[in-house]
Design a protein around this ligand. Structure first.
Ligand code: ADP
Ligand code: ASP
Ligand code: MG
Length: 459
């Protein structure tokens, strides 16, 4: 495989119109003749619309008709002559057999969701061909081999690697640009799966890892990874460089700009990920790599997970009893609930953790069942649920060597009149997480952002 290979991914937020698609084509052409793979997301809003159709079942006909019109509109604006006819008939085919079963099973749902990426990648491949570029549409189901966790599938790195090298290696060697729909994979027996919302980022890094690419460019509707979500903190600023561990931490903790698992396929390899502004291709954006830079900035950025509930297991009978934590998390796992933040004081009097609000009741029931006897004996008081909290994560590798970070964060929150409900910090000191009431989520992010002066140019 050639080290000069580039992977470019165009996100749905950027691909909203025919003009946007034409702009993406100019970006690809500007990077020729390097061996190149292009990963394409569904057009803006399409995955949400497909999810809506999946929920409504056969009543979702109007939504399907609107999607067909949307794609035909883009096709008509982009193409002329025989190519227009060809693309239009493909769009028609895709929507003609868009059967929405009465009972939507997880596999049927994933096959339906996959249409968005399949359609936009077809349009993109057509647009590149029209611009005179040698190009081939490659089905993601021939490349990304996953398990059968529909809706949130994990890729099998070894099998994906072999499939990618076999199929794409040949094309890239001939100077052909491969266009691949993002977000989609298939089980070894060929059932279509999806990689979770935002999964096209992961498709791009999976392909880059398999090909030993030099760089992955994720073209976004923002100037790069910013110091906070710009929708919450208006004076958020571009971070020029992040270590992969910092970026992964921000992504896990809710920064939508990067799929939470996108950096996993790259491991510690020297493949840089660039978050680049679609609107300004000449700008450098954010480099995510194995370098540690910006040492003057112990805190690089903040992110937040809204819509959480804080569960607390309390009781005097927990002190020194082995296995309480293990049983707590086993109970949560038994309920099929994923935990994000965990905290226990050394008094061992309580353990608290956050889960998505929608799963809180299920987790609580399972915990009460597990500790039935301890609750009856009053060794455990019960399980408290505090709904509607936000976990704000303060992230930076340099925090480990800098005293006073927590003090600054807590002072800023106190000055803003915001009560801290819970705190967690791993011993790696890469991430300090603070749980606050949901009503104060945005104010808390702005206060912490200001306290670390993240609105100033980081360079
Ligand atoms: P794409 O469709 O290209 O994958 P997304 O919509 O998934 O784009 O991600 C970009 C969005 O992520 C931005 O519009 C922004 O609102 C949000 N976002 C959240 N946190 C950050 C951050 N720290 N930096 C940049 N964008 C962020
Ligand atoms: N289209 C999918 C989504 O909206 C995947 C992606 O955009 O990366 O989640
Ligand atoms: Mg995304």
């Amino acid at each position: 495989m050639s080290r000069s290979t580039q992977v470019h991914k165009f996100g749905g937020a950027s691909l909203a119109t025919a003009e946007a698609m034409a702009h993406a084509v100019t970006i690809v052409l500007a990077h020729r003749p390097a061996p190149m793979v292009v990963v394409v997301s569904a057009l803006a809003g399409v995955t949400d619309a497909l999810l809506d159709i999946a929920t409504k079942g056969p009543r979702g006909g109007a939504g399907a008709a609107a999607l067909r019109r949307k794609h035909l509109g883009v096709a008509r604006a982009l193409f002329s002559g025989a190519r227009r006819k060809d693309v239009i008939s493909r769009v028609d085919e895709a929507f003609a057999d868009l059967k929405v079963p009465r009972k939507m099973t997880p596999p049927a749902r994933d096959s339906l969701l996959a249409r968005g990426e399949q359609m936009s990648a077809r349009l993109f491949a057509g647009a590149l061909a029209q611009a005179g570029c040698p190009v081939e549409y490659v089905s993601a189901t021939d490349l990304i081999v996953t398990d059968d966790t529909f809706g949130q599938a994990s890729a099998d790195l070894a099998r994906t690697g072999r499939a990618v090298r076999k199929t794409l290696g040949r094309l890239l060697g001939r100077g052909v640009v491969a266009v691949v729909p993002g977000f989609i994979g298939a089980t070894p027996d060929g059932q279509i799966t999806t990689l979770g919302r935002g999964g096209s980022d992961l498709t791009a890094t999976l392909l880059a890892s398999a090909l030993g690419a030099r760089e992955v460019s994720l073209w976004k509707d923002v100037p790069g990874v910013l110091t906070a979500d710009p929708k919450v903190v208006p004076d958020a600023h571009v971070v020029p460089q992040l270590h992969a561990r910092e970026a992964a931490e921000l992504a896990y903790y809710g920064a939508k700009v990067l799929h939470p698992r996108a950096l996993i396929p790259l491991g510690k390899r020297n493949i840089a990920v660039r978050i680049r502004p679609f609107a300004n291709p000449a700008a450098t954006g954010t480099e995510i790599s194995q370098r540690s830079t910006l040492r003057a900035h112990p805190v690089k950025a903040i992110s937040a997970i809204p819509g959480q509930a804080l569960l607390t297991v309390t009781g005097n009978g927990m002190l020194g009893v082995p296995g309480i934590a293990a049983r707590t998390f086993a109970a949560v796992q038994h309920a099929g609930v994923s935990v994000s933040l965990i905290s226990q004081a050394s008094s061992e009097h309580s353990i608290c953790f956050t889960v998505p609000s929608g799963s809180a009741e299920r987790a609580r029931k399972s915990l009460r069942e597990t500790f039935r006897r301890e609750i009856a004996r009053r060794e455990i008081d019960g399980v408290e649920v505090r709904a509607g909290v936000v976990a704000v994560a303060i992230v930076g590798l340099g925090m480990a060597a800098t005293p006073g970070i927590a003090a600054r964060a807590f002072t800023a929150l106190a000055d803003a009149g915001i009560n801290v409900v819970a705190i967690a910090q791993g011993s790696s000191e890469l991430n300090l997480s603070v749980v606050v009431d949901g009503r104060h989520g945005a104010a808390a992010q702005r206060a912490v952002h200001a306290a670390f002066q993240l609105n100033k140019v980081i360079s």
